[in-house]
Write a protein that binds this ligand. Structure first.
Ligand code: NDP
Length: 331
């Protein structure tokens, strides 16, 4: 997730931190490399905006942590998330996008051209900025959960499930992600517990049916995670509160997968860009325009409803078209 890192040297003209190092100018800066960022890059390149794309911490975005994608049109046999994002990247690059490693660490939209700091040590000045920074997995916030991150606690079954082959694991969450991760893990692990705090699952009916069909998957409704248990070698159990029977229960598991939703990666834009209370960027309905002219948002950072690769890609297209139109009006 992007973090704001204040720098020591201050530009006295606007009292904003300006890092040392190279300053570069572009007509179109795209921040993020999921379906939204890459699609924006494809359209912006074809419109001769010569976009620069900074990929962020997770090049390819959240889809690189998925296995099979079956619902993106154009892949009749399905495709894995990482392969699909590699296709997006290659297509954007072939058309001319300048795609780079690097993460936006702060932004200043108080005056034009807008300034975005990359990796805390380089500033890009941009006539238009397309924010496509996506969202990041949420954690429960337990101390023990943080303690065992990377030692049995994970937010990505498809990344880490392999390590739990033949073992017992737990997944927390009742949405589509949790149901998908639990069924995926059931194909690898001996037994999977799905921990749901309510007495029902929020996941789609189709996903619930898959959960129900999976024999080695046990759903624990009305259970709340109190503690992740472990020792020097990592996680060895989870302490739960069974709210239905009002008692504590301990389950023995080697892995604990958190699948409780996401937080939009918008922190560094907070000072300038209007967002809702959870940090999703507000765009003018039917457009990708933010409250700052010339700054556009697309993909999961501005969508807390659909959150699909195809809708993210569509909104990336909108952002590039909006940026092109804006630049045309300025010139
Ligand atoms: P959701 O927000 O839909 O679900 C989050 C789940 O986590 C809910 O069950 C919620 O419980 C639970 N939760 C949240 N906080 C806590 C907590 N502190 N302790 C315990 N449980 C908690 O997120 P998803 O990531 O599942 O899905 C996001 C979107 O992506 C959805 O629109 C979904 O449909 C879509 N999606 C689609 C897929 C597909 O079509 N293949 C695959 C994956 C996602 P509660 O219900 O009690 O609030």
């Amino acid at each position: 997730m992007a973090l704001f890192k204040p720098m020591d040297n201050i530009d006295e003209s606007n009292e904003k931190p300006v890092p040392e190092g190279k300053m570069e100018k572009t007509r179109c800066l795209i921040i993020g490399s999921g379906p939204a960022g890459y699609t924006a890059a494809i359209y912006a390149s074809r419109a001769n905006l010569n976009p620069i794309v900074y990929q962020g911490l997770e090049p390819g975005g959240q889809l690189t942590t998925t296995t099979e994608v079956e619902n993106f049109p154009g892949y009749p046999e399905g495709i894995t998330g990482p392969e699909m994002m590699e296709d997006f990247r290659k297509q954007a690059e072939r058309i001319g996008a300048d795609i780079r490693f690097g993460m936006a660490t702060s932004a200043d939209f108080s005056a034009k051209p807008y300034k975005v700091v990359i990796d805390g040590n380089k500033t890009v000045e941009a006539d238009t900025v397309i924010i496509a920074t996506g969202a990041t997995a949420k954690y429960l916030g337990l101390e023990s959960e943080q303690k065992y991150r990377g030692q049995g606690v994970s937010a990505c079954a498809t990344c880490d499930g392999f390590f739990y082959r033949g073992k017992d694991v737990a997944v927390v969450g009742g949405g589509d992600t949790a149901a998908e991760e639990a069924t995926y893990l059931a194909g690898i692990c001996k037994k999977v517990y799905l921990i749901i705090r309510k007495d029902y699952m929020r996941a789609s009916k189709a996903m619930q049916a898959r959960v129900d069909r999976t024999e080695n998957l046990k759903v624990l409704y009305e259970h709340v995670t109190k503690e992740v248990l472990g020792d020097d070698s990592g996680v060895n159990g989870v302490l739960l509160q069974n709210n239905k029977e009002n008692k504590e229960v301990k389950i023995d598991v080697d892995g604990f997968f958190v699948a409780i939703g996401h937080k939009p990666n918008s922190d560094i834009f907070k000072e300038f860009i209007e967002m809702d209370e959870t940090g999703y960027i507000n765009t003018i309905p039917g457009t990708s325009k933010t409250n700052v002219e010339g700054v556009f948002a697309c993909g999961d950072v501005q969508d807390n409803h659909y959150r699909q690769a195809i809708t993210a890609a569509g909104s990336g297209c909108m952002a590039a078209l909006d940026a092109e139109k804006y630049l045309g009006e300025q010139e």
